[in-house]
Design a protein around this ligand. Structure first.
Ligand code: PGA
Length: 228
């Protein structure tokens, strides 16, 4: 079971060190944090398992504002998110660029969490499976690849998918690509158990609730208990 905390644009180095001092992962679960780029070094030095929030598809070049897989590896970063819905919504990320980022990062020895998920209107129109098929079709199976199913209408809204909706979407993703699938979207200690108990939910990608070491620790302990 993998529990990843996506910190988004929160926590500089000092707050990252304070989090690490207050957090300990239980046995039986892999806890990962995804800090902003500037806090990656502090997170690695604090002994956390660390993923970046994005990674470019070239090793170096004229790509202002981007960071490459070798640069992340040099810091001791273990992996990267790609295709988070906030990157897709606000920064023009496309299925094609997600595919390039994922393929290059995996080839460079990073682990990858590739994020997919439908918008609210897509779900209402019955298009969830079409959207997931399109987003998954650009990814190749790889032992270090994990998918995060994050329905966009559940991210940062306090609205979670029901356990049945999550299970259905996860089983569908796995029918397309045989990789572990994390659930993301308003996961918190109060709803983690029912979501993580679903047979095809292999972990969680946690946003807001990962910023607090106590609530992130609670989610990790729930995950450890379920799979032990
Ligand atoms: P949330 O974010 O848990 O705050 O909804 C999840 C994510 O965006 O990965």
């Amino acid at each position: 079971m993998l529990i990843a905390g996506n910190w988004k644009m929160f926590k500089g180095s000092a707050e990252t060190r304070a989090f690490a001092a207050a957090f300990s992962a239980p046995e039986g679960v892999e806890a990962v944090v995804c800090p902003p780029f500037v806090s990656l070094a502090a997170a690695v030095e604090s002994g956390l398992t660390v993923f970046a929030q994005n990674v470019h598809w070239e090793d170096e070049g004229a790509y202002t504002g981007e960071v490459s897989a070798p640069m992340l590896r040099e810091l001791g970063v273990a992996g990267a998110l790609v295709g988070h819905s906030e990157r897709r919504q606000y920064f023009g990320e496309s299925d094609e660029t997600v595919a390039r980022r994922a393929a290059h990062a995996l080839a460079a020895g990073l682990r990858v969490i590739a994020c997919v998920g439908e918008l609210e209107e897509e779900r209402e129109l019955g298009r969830t499976e079409d959207v997931l098929t399109r987003q998954i079709s650009v990814l190749q199976p790889h032992p270090a690849l994990v998918v995060a199913y994050e329905p966009v209408w559940a991210i940062g809204t306090g609205r979670t998918a029901t356990p049945e909706q999550a299970q259905e979407a996860h089983a569908f993703v796995k029918s397309l690509l045989d990789v572990p699938v994390l659930y993301g979207g308003s996961v918190k200690p109060e709803n983690a158990e029912e979501l993580l108990s679903q047979p095809d939910v292999d972990g969680a990608l946690v946003g807001g609730a990962s910023l607090d070491p106590d609530s992130f620790g609670s989610i990790c302990r729930i995950a450890a208990r379920i799979r032990s």
